[in-house]
Design a protein around this ligand. Structure first.
Ligand code: MLT
Length: 327
């Protein structure tokens, strides 16, 4: 009998066609949390999710003991899956970590430029009939220190793009060996990183250690002047996961002038319906779209499909997250 795959949060049509061509039965479904908690995935061999479907302990336990063998996160972050619960219930967890790197890195630069050059504000004012040529004086990225929290795949791509803009790259990542920091300045503490950088970008995962990691105390440490001596202001962007930047402290820092501008693509609660930050003129928000490009979504879909195929064929998938399941 053909394996059945549930796709709960959408997937590129190229990936769905590919799986069907390989004779998998693919159902594009939409289950409520309640339905999942009642075992709506029990009859599926695999489920492909993005960030909307939350597979916590309760959801995983309700769907184990049936056919479910693999959960695939079509993307990087697996913080919406209880990995321990999956392991304890014999369910593999895989993801597609490399497909979205370029898209996320490019939007990171987009947020930095939007902040430093007032692009969204300029557009808003223009539409309101205000020609704010004098008011909207920005600053260059050139010659400034960019601090990266986390120096994984996406941060390294951001680093390459930012170097092309003439930025000096600084990073803090306590999990990486020294040889990974070639050509940039490595900091031993996050405090040291903030003390040296007028521009900060967040690139770590959301864990219990990183929840609310970035707040007013760190922002207070940022230098008053740019590395080139200019009065460029201070900027913070995050396109990694909501919850790493403390949003109420960010709001304070935007309103008391400690930060010139900040950009977030990810929020403590998503989707964002109401959020104080949206009342700050020097805040730029996008609705978690860093990976939403035609190119990345096709790559994510195909990478996810291949992870599922390998898992269901009894092979060890290359992106297996809960490797301890093999023990
Ligand atoms: C990811 O973890 O891959 C991204 O946040 C993409 C997404 O969920 O849209």
């Amino acid at each position: 009998m053909n394996h059945r795959i549930a796709v709960t949060d959408g997937l590129a049509k190229e990936a769905i066609l590919y799986l069907r061509k390989e004779e998998y039965v693919v159902d594009e479904v939409s289950f409520t949390k309640d339905e999942i908690n009642k075992g709506s995935l029990l009859d599926y061999d695999a489920v492909i999710i993005r960030s909307a479907t939350k597979l916590d302990k309760k959801a995983i336990e309700a769907n184990s003991g049936g056919k479910l063998k693999v959960i695939c996160r079509a993307g990087v972050g697996v913080d919406n899956i209880d990995i321990n619960a999956a392991t304890n219930n014999g369910i593999m967890v895989v993801n597609a970590p490399s497909s979205t790197t370029k898209s996320v890195a490019e939007l990171t630069l987009g947020h930095l430029l939007s902040c430093t050059r007032h692009i969204p504000k300029g557009d808003r004012m223009l539409r309101d009939g205000i020609w704010a040529k004098k008011e909207l004086r920005g600053s260059e990225l050139f010659g400034k220190n960019l601090g990266l929290i986390g120096y994984g795949r996406i941060a390294r791509n951001v680093s390459n793009l930012a170097i092309a803009f003439g930025m000096n790259i600084h990073a803090f990542d306590p999990y990486l060996p020294n040889e990974m920091f070639g050509g940039i300045t490595k900091h031993e503490t996050i405090e040291d990183l903030f003390s040296n950088c007028t521009h900060i970008s967040v690139h770590c995962n959301l864990t219990e250690d990183t929840r609310n990691l970035v707040g007013e105390k760190l922002i207070d440490l940022m230098p008053k002047l740019g590395a080139d001596g200019s009065n460029c202001g201070r900027y913070l962007v995050s396109l990694s996961r909501g919850g790493i930047v403390n949003e109420s402290e960010l709001f304070n820092c935007l309103n008391n002038g400690k930060l010139t501008c900040a950009g977030l693509d990810v929020f403590e609660t998503e989707p964002v319906l109401k959020n104080n930050l949206l009342n700050s003129d020097n805040f730029i928000g996008t609705p978690h779209i860093a990976a939403s490009t035609v190119e990345a979504q096709i790559r994510v879909g195909l990478e996810s499909a291949n992870q599922i195929i390998n898992s269901l064929n009894g092979e060890v998938p290359t992106n297996l997250i809960n490797k301890e399941i093999l023990d």
